[in-house]
Design a protein around this ligand. Structure first.
Ligand code: HAM
Length: 419
């Protein structure tokens, strides 16, 4: 074992896994593109205040999970625990409110949270996410979720997914809800964890998201917002649900669904991935955040979005998911002249875009054939003095399906025909 290993909760993605990642990312890009989203590449670190003020001071992410450090210039920097805050910052910073609305953006990349690592929970993990700005109506949520569920069920073939939806109200009705919730939680104060007792006054909704067993039991009996929703939030939510029905997207209303981030207004949702994932079974999640752009000094602009955990998605996909890598031509050499010829053919074939392998260890022909076999090469050509003299060679399929005698100069076109 090396004397330095990867940091706990952080994983290498090894070459044999990369085709799965690439294939998944390719499908995300294609579907996001079909729905009019354009890619944005946001930085991996930001001013710490960006996350404190958007995700919320009392959240687990901000209280316990951020990778925060002071840089050499004395600024407080945080590795991004999620992507929404950065996209909102970029939206404002680049005056995207002046663009034709809606503005639809997506991102792919690593996020960082100092959580306790376990199955499906990492400290560096990857998200595919999308954010939409400038759409206030429930049609936006419905289209977003149609896209998310189309991705998961049709593009990735997942079954047994459960889409849970909820509404958290808005500035008009949430104060009444907070009051009702605070009243209830005060009664059960003695059963709450220390952290939640502290959170109670400033942010009672956070108690509903606490992982402590005692708090969870209390949360299950807590009042739900449904009873105090204002008329506009009620009709927004009802219309959203009927649009989901119209789109044929199955869903369950879960009035106890709370999110680990403070910026949501109205609609929130989570897609649960079934038993294959263990305890960490949320594959994707998101919601509406109509106050966030204005909270950072931008023009009041409604927003909504979602993010999906790539590791959790890949854990649900069958082993055969993934494009196979490129098909490889193995140039085996029988003698010194063959080696010279192999190097030169490798050069010209690689320049044409063919993946070529050849022996650089001076191994015997037999050992080269074994190497070609174990790397899974698709074709082989054996080269030696005779091929050098005649200018012809035999192109063989490794599995022995066919062989073809051709001029060395025609190797490229012969391969193209066979691909
Ligand atoms: P989130 O629920 O914190 O939301 O994360 C979204 C997804 O990222 C989760 O459902 C899960 O699949 C994955 N995930 C989160 N933490 C981990 C972890 N430690 N290890 C592995 N996977 C993880 C957000 O991040 C919001 N920004 C979503 C959003 C976008 N809301 C509006 N727009």
């Amino acid at each position: 074992v090396a004397d330095i290993t990867a940091v706990k909760g952080v994983k290498d993605i090894l070459p044999e896994e990369v085709p799965r990642w690439e294939e998944a990312e390719r499908r995300f890009r294609a579907v996001f593109g079909n729905y009019g989203y354009r890619e944005i590449r946001i930085p991996t670190f930001e001013d710490t205040q960006l996350f404190r003020r958007s995700i919320g001071e009392e959240t687990d992410i901000v209280e316990k999970e951020m990778y925060t450090f002071t840089d050499k210039g004395g600024s407080s920097i945080t590795l991004r625990p999620e992507g929404t805050a950065s996209v909102v910052r970029a939206f404002i910073e680049h005056s995207m409110a002046h663009l034709p609305q809606p503005v639809k953006l997506f991102y792919l990349g690593p996020m960082f949270r100092h959580e306790r690592p376990q199955k499906g929970r990492l400290r560096q993990f990857h998200q595919a996410g999308a954010e939409v700005f400038g759409l206030a109506g429930p049609e936006a949520e419905a289209e977003l979720l149609e896209m998310v569920m189309q991705l998961l069920t049709r593009e990735f073939g997942l079954q047994d997914l459960s889409l849970q939806v909820n509404t958290l109200g808005d500035d008009a009705c949430r104060p009444a809800y907070r009051q009702a919730l605070t009243g209830y939680l005060e009664i059960h104060r003695h059963g709450l964890c220390e952290n939640c007792r502290r959170r109670l006054e400033r942010n009672p909704l956070r108690v509903l998201d606490c992982k402590a067993e005692g708090c969870r039991a209390i949360a299950r009996g807590a009042p739900v917002i449904g009873g105090v929703l204002c008329g506009e939030c009620r009709s927004h939510f009802d219309r959203f649900l009927s649009l989901l029905d119209e789109a044929g997207v199955p869903h369950q209303v879960n009035p106890h669904l709370v999110r680990g981030l403070d910026y949501y207004t109205r609609t929130t949702f989570e897609v649960l991935g079934g038993s294959g994932l263990g305890a960490q079974n949320a594959v994707a999640a998101g919601g509406r955040y109509d106050n966030l752009v204005a909270a950072f000094g931008g023009p009041p602009t409604p927003g909504l979005g979602f993010a999906l955990g790539m590791e959790r998605l890949l854990a649900l996909l069958p082993p055969e998911f993934a494009g196979t890598g490129p098909r490889v031509l193995y140039l085996a050499a029988a003698d010194g002249e063959g080696r010279l010829l192999a190097r030169s053919l490798a050069r010209s074939q690689r320049a044409r875009g063919v993946a070529v392998a050849l022996d650089l260890l001076g191994r015997s022909l037999k050992a080269q054939m074994r190497a070609a076999d174990s790397m899974g090469a698709a074709w082989v050509v054996v080269l030696g003095a005779q091929e050098a003299a005649s200018g012809r060679c035999v192109l063989k399929e490794m599995t022995g399906g066919w062989r073809e005698e051709i001029a060395l100069a025609d190797l490229g076109t012969a391969l193209e025909r066979r691909m």
